[in-house]
Design a protein around this ligand. Sequence first.
Ligand SMILES: [Zn+2]
Length: 332
Amino acid sequence: MTSKFDQKKIEEYLKFLGLKKKYKFKINNCEICGNKKNNIIRSRIHIGKNKNLFDIFCYFPFFLCNKCNLLFQKYKIEKKFYDDYYKIIYRKRIYKSQKPNKLQLQDIQKRGKYLLNFLKKNFNQKKGSILDVGCSLGGMLKPFKEKNWHCVGVDPDKKWVSFGKKYFNLDLKAIEAEKMNFNPKSFDIIIIIGSLEHVYDPNIVLKKCFKYLKNNGLIVLEGRGNPIGNSMMFLNHNHHRIYSLNTFRTFLFKHGFNHLYSTDKINLTGPVNKGGLKSDNTIFYIGKKKEIPSKDKFKKYIEKFRKDFKFFKKRFDEIDQKKPLKDAIILN
Ligand SMILES: [Zn+2]
């Protein structure tokens, strides 16, 4: 049950976004371990700027699972809300334009090139097949295609996909990750670059990735897990959850992937901006398809990787004290 107090505050935020419909929402359990026990660690998120370019914040609480340490939103709003949001508002807010600019088109290819070189050098990946889940324009696949890889991308953003398809001449599908459908064991590598935070149900997505990867195939994740600024600026509603290196690891283990490599120090997609957006708060994880563990084995694994318990709380407390927000407008 959600409290009336919370419900009212969140409805106010949805109105602020310009979405007039009423949406249902419920309290979330941890998506990794299913645990119901958690603690609120931050209650406000960044929602945009006003005319005078002051940052605006509103009530939208984030929890920390007290078993596996996943940082996630307290409320799960019904799927329709996100469909409406992405259709109407997201692209405009992030890029202020419905069409990609030159810089974005260059950057996305450069990032793919960095990743290809890293995988070649460190994991001896030669020509194969690759799937990009949440591919956006798909340009990360372009350098792979130039080296004769078989490349496929999926993304729910129809406009971006249709642009990328023509511009890069790639096989991209406008479909949500949860609904993608490929033959089992089709790919040598699956990449999810900054998208596992956005998808509605990451468990369905990872289950599918396990199925579509060949045995010993690689999964490569990039996430926004290394907060370097004030927590209220770091958190927003379209990142449904925020992973750390350890929660990437436990989540992937749950779905049958063993840890191969992870880093919060090296940017595997290069020192490249994402079309003007900074990317120095990202973390990377590479897993190898093995087998889905028993419930017992998974439980023990979580225990083992609770080393950074309260990582985000500690980091947020530290940074927020050092970098308090000036001129912040608190909506509610
Ligand atoms: Zn958990």
